[in-house]
Ligand binder design. Structure first.
Ligand SMILES: *Cc1c(COP(=O)(O)O)cnc(C)c1O
Length: 236
């Protein structure tokens, strides 16, 4: 399946303009917001077209799907994120296949990622970037750590030498109106600010906002937005 590079260039340009406007509304620069293209369900050709349109961060939500696509695109100079829930029995594979795991939600998982890197002779001194996924609406999802358990998890992760704790991530329950998402995004930023103060580490990354609500997320301080539909069209 081919992917129309002119259409991709256009949607990337549209999205960048919307990011820049949202950043400006909150007194920030477009360069402070990283666009992570979520390529799940789309073929490697779509990733290549997005790369040609200047996108350098990509996210997949399943280890196996990425294993089947990466042969065609892993040589591209890009940062590969895992954004979906990671089962502990796939941690070892994921540690070798991604540059960033944005969905760490347990100390067990963090330990497994850390040991996978320590035990892999080919990993050199590589550290895996991780974000902690927070569950902000308990009834909606099974993944994510409860806010009340966040500090303990973060303290544990900071002790693991091969993980680099960069910040927080959330996937709040979808809402009809993007404005309804604002309290969740604000809460994630406040949790990050509190954690940063109590741990004394920078925690620069806030991964929040998807196609439907990324502008609100940017207004609330997102440094990474995860966009699938807005770039690639709807998933079948
Ligand atoms: C699919 C997915 C996205 C992108 O969703 P869109 O609404 O298509 O932008 C973002 N984050 C995660 C974790 C996803 O699974």
């Amino acid at each position: 399946m081919g992917f129309d590079s002119a259409a991709m260039a256009q949607s990337a340009a549209d999205v960048r303009q919307r990011i820049a406007r949202a950043a400006a509304r909150s007194g920030r620069r477009a360069a402070d917001v990283t666009l992570v293209a979520i390529s799940k369900t789309f073929p490697a050709a779509a990733i290549r077209a997005a790369w040609e349109a200047g996108i350098r961060h990509f996210g997949e939500n399943r280890v196996q799907e990425w294993e089947s696509k990466r042969g065609e695109v892993a040589h591209l100079d890009a940062t590969w994120h895992l954004v979906g829930h990671l089962q502990t029995n796939k941690a070892r594979r994921a540690a070798g296949l991604f540059d960033s795991v944005d969905s760490v939600d347990s100390l067990d998982l963090a330990h497994r990622l850390d040991s996978a890197l320590r035990e892999d002779p080919h990993s050199g001194q590589r550290r895996l970037r991780v974000l902690l996924e927070i569950r902000l609406a308990p009834e909606e999802r099974k993944s994510g750590v409860e806010p009340s358990e966040l500090e303990a998890l973060a303290r544990g992760v900071l002790l693991l030498p091969r993980l680099e704790l960069a910040g927080l991530m959330c996937i709040p329950p979808p809402a009809g109106n993007p404005e309804e998402m604002r309290p969740f995004f604000r809460r994630l930023r406040e949790l990050r600010d509190t954690l940063r103060a109590s741990l004394g580490v920078p925690l620069p990354a806030l991964s929040m906002g998807m196609s439907h609500d990324f502008e609100v997320a940017i207004e609330e301080g997102a440094t990474e937005v995860r966009l699938g539909t807005a770039l690639f069209g709807s998933r079948s």
